[in-house]
Design a protein around this ligand. Structure first.
Ligand code: NAP
Length: 238
């Protein structure tokens, strides 16, 4: 197989969709993972073109992730880029955050990133290495009132990125985290107040761009000497 293969989790909408279509323009065959938005995911795969395809899997479910990894190995026999992008929020103040909300967010955002990385790294190792990009967040290093579970999950992703980078370097797998700024996606639009606050805190008085984030990732996956880093693509100061 000549083209490079990229798996983007949560690529039916929002940032994942933009990353998928940007990598497709850079010549990648795209595997569009999604949870429930099948029509949207199929539209992304069609637009990406070539042998791009969709695979439904809940990233937080170990059996579904194992099946996804097996399908990728059977179908493509290689994986060059993995973007752990799937994510959710269940915002609430700490005193009201339920265990169900906490578990749901940690399971999708953090356990999902772990399960996908653990299941797909062996295929990358077998074919000589690759790039893993984990989507973290400003909330993971700065925290955010009203987002204890989300902030904890994103902080965890940073720790997981650094540990994976150390362990996987010997196999030529580079692992980096990217912290996008505030994006007006479905997730970002959930709270108009948070969106306005982010704009007000931005030095440039603007929200961030999913296309700029995707373009940065498209550059990062062309590099050979960058791993174990956490990149902020924000315009807010920490
Ligand atoms: P979004 O528009 O809500 O899209 C979320 C995507 O994740 C969808 O494709 C959804 O699939 C998928 N997904 C959710 N749960 C999943 C699961 N269990 N298994 C597989 N896929 C799942 O969110 P977004 O704003 O693009 O966010 C993308 C990433 O960027 C997230 O990790 C988020 O935390 C991070 N981020 C976002 C912002 C922001 O301001 N928006 C800022 C910093 C970081 P379905 O469509 O099938 O439901």
């Amino acid at each position: 197989m000549n083209t490079k293969i990229a798996l983007i989790t949560g690529a039916s909408r929002g940032l994942g969709r933009t990353i998928a279509l940007t990598l497709a323009r850079h010549g990648f065959t795209i595997i569009v993972n999604y949870l429930s938005a099948q029509d949207k995911a199929e539209e992304v795969a069609r637009t990406a073109g070539g042998s791009s395809c969709t695979i439904r899997a809940d990233v937080g479910d170990s059996e579904q992730v194992t099946a996804l990894a097996a399908e990728i190995e059977d179908r493509f026999g290689q994986l060059d880029v993995l973007v752990n992008n799937a994510g959710i929020t269940a915002d609430n103040i700490l005193l009201r955050q339920t265990e169900e909300e906490w578990d749901r967010v940690i399971k999708t955002n953090l356990t999902g990133c772990f399960l996908i990385t653990r299941s797909l790294s062996p295929l990358m190792i077998k074919t000589g290495g690759g790039h893993i990009i984990n989507i973290a967040s400003h909330s993971g290093i700065k925290g955010k009132a009203g987002q204890p579970a989300y902030s904890a999950s994103k902080a965890g992703i940073i720790g997981l990125t650094l540990s994976s980078a150390e362990e996987l370097a010997e196999y030529s797998i580079r692992v980096n985290a990217v912290m996008p700024g505030y994006l007006p996606t479905d997730m970002g639009s959930l709270s108009e107040r948070a969106m306005n606050e982010a704009r007000a805190k931005s030095l440039l008085k603007c929200l961030s761009s999913d296309q700029e984030t995707a373009d940065f990732i498209a550059y990062l996956v062309t590099t050979a000497h960058i791993t174990g880093q956490v990149f902020s693509l924000d315009s807010r100061l920490f």
